[in-house]
Design a binder for this molecule. Structure first.
Ligand code: HEC
Length: 148
């Protein structure tokens, strides 16, 4: 049996993710923007993002982001803005006075980036949970933009 088969599956998955992180989404994409390498990369990013979300965010936003203490992240409405930059800002800095932690002082930047990609990807899933809050809604173009 080749030595690779002796490695635990988790380690192999970890290595694959680390390699994907090194290659990065821009290099992995071909000119059509839809190579199998880039979609495999995206799937891995979103899986890791979902895993991290589950451990750090689900306590207040529920598993899958449908909201409980914190807002539902799967509708199209946002309190603090609907752009990628807005989401980045609110996740990094939090809203301490409302109970949303300042994540940049808790998690590594690389983990936060994966979480941000995941949060971006669940917009519009409209999971039954906390009713929509906030006035900010993305325009059609931003709504169809993929995580990246
Ligand atoms: C201790 C509870 C708590 C945890 C844990 C938490 N949040 Fe929040 N989150 C909140 C609350 C409360 C708000 C609403 C803030 C407000 O009303 O201004 C919020 C708001 C947000 C918003 C802005 C939503 C909008 O409508 O603008 C995003 C995005 C978000 N959280 C993502 C995350 C992510 C990602 C994590 C994990 C890394 C996380 N939250 C963990 C409580 C939490």
């Amino acid at each position: 049996m080749p030595p690779l088969f002796h490695l635990p599956l988790k380690l192999i998955a970890g290595l694959a993710l680390a390699m994907a992180a090194l290659v990065g989404p821009s290099q992995a994409e071909d000119t059509t923007g839809a190579s199998s390498a880039s979609s495999a990369y995206s799937r891995m990013v979103l899986m890791k993002g979902a895993w991290l979300f589950d451990r750090n965010c689900a306590f207040c936003h529920e598993k899958d982001g449908r909201g409980s203490v914190g807002p539902n992240l799967t509708d199209w409405y946002f309190i603090h803005g609907s752009t990628k930059d807005n989401l980045h800002e609110v996740i990094q800095n939090g809203v301490p006075e409302k109970g949303m932690p300042t994540w940049k002082s808790i998690l590594k930047p690389t983990d936060l980036r994966l979480i941000e990609q995941y949060v971006w990807s669940i917009r519009g899933k409209d999971l039954k949970g906390k009713p929509p809050e906030g006035e900010h809604k993305p325009d059609e173009k931003a709504a169809t933009e993929v995580a990246g």
